[in-house]
Write a protein of this length. Sequence first.
Length: 340
Amino acid sequence: MIEFGLDTFGDISRDAAGQPLTAAQTIRNVVAQAELADSVGIDFFGVGEHHRAEFAVSAPEIVLAAIAGRTSRIRLGTAVTVLSSDDPVRVFERFATLDAVSGGRAEVVLGRGSFVESFPLFGYDLRDYEALFEEKLDLFVELLKEQPVTWSGTMRPALENADVFPKTENGLRTWVGVGGSPESVLRVARHGLGLMLAIIGGPAARFAPLVELYHRSVATLGTQAHPIAVHSPGHIAATDEEAWEAAYPGFESMNNTIGRERGWPPYSRARFQNDVGPAGAVYAGSPERVAQKIADTMRTLGVSRFDLKYASGPIGHDEMMRSIELYGTEVIPRVRELLA
């Protein structure tokens, strides 16, 4: 089954006068955006976890619970939950609760986090970055069995025949977000979880060896195979030019903000045009252009889900709403036609 989703980090956007919205208004807008996504037939809505000024959402499960009460069919999850700086037991409890209030629509996408503000905020040492995720993912997989757990590690207290509540009615669909390392793909295959490829730069085709590695590893290890998904940024408008003009300021702002911290060169129009082209990882343009590019990616990689990160920096709420509407009513049906 082919699925299509939307992801947002709750980027602080701007009003009609160009002034930044409050975090509170941004969160209310995210709920409205999810309502629209549900009404136009989109399969999944993901809300990311961040702990910095550019993003409004630090507690995605609460936002998702609000969305659950105002939607009826769309699946709800994260993009991603930073498991390394959280407690696996509490994460499972929160998502089992979300699954209950949403009528079985909850998913969780676990990750190490490309931003690291949560580590010092919650008292974790960045030197333990890899070990924290490995160990906590191991515990989370045990919790997914929904049986009493006996477990020990070095990063949190041991559990002895510990039972965790509430139970879900039909299990909790779980993915792991991966940025491109073979070691991460092997970890996902070893644990028998879904693979979510975060493709935010370069051509999608360069991830084909990772897809092959996942399939080969699952077969060798004898673990359960799950769907593979792609998460990439983009924006949709009536024409290419309209979409690019609306999207560029957000991509420039976000790339330059992060770039100052990570030593990247300044973002440019030339870079943006390359990113929206066939060899780039930005799915921005008219419905036909975006549909063609998504179909090419899904065909090239053999994946069964595509999640569009539709929010980037200060792009306005009305423009995001129009992008969501076009994604659901024009892009997704066209991709299905192209892949049929």
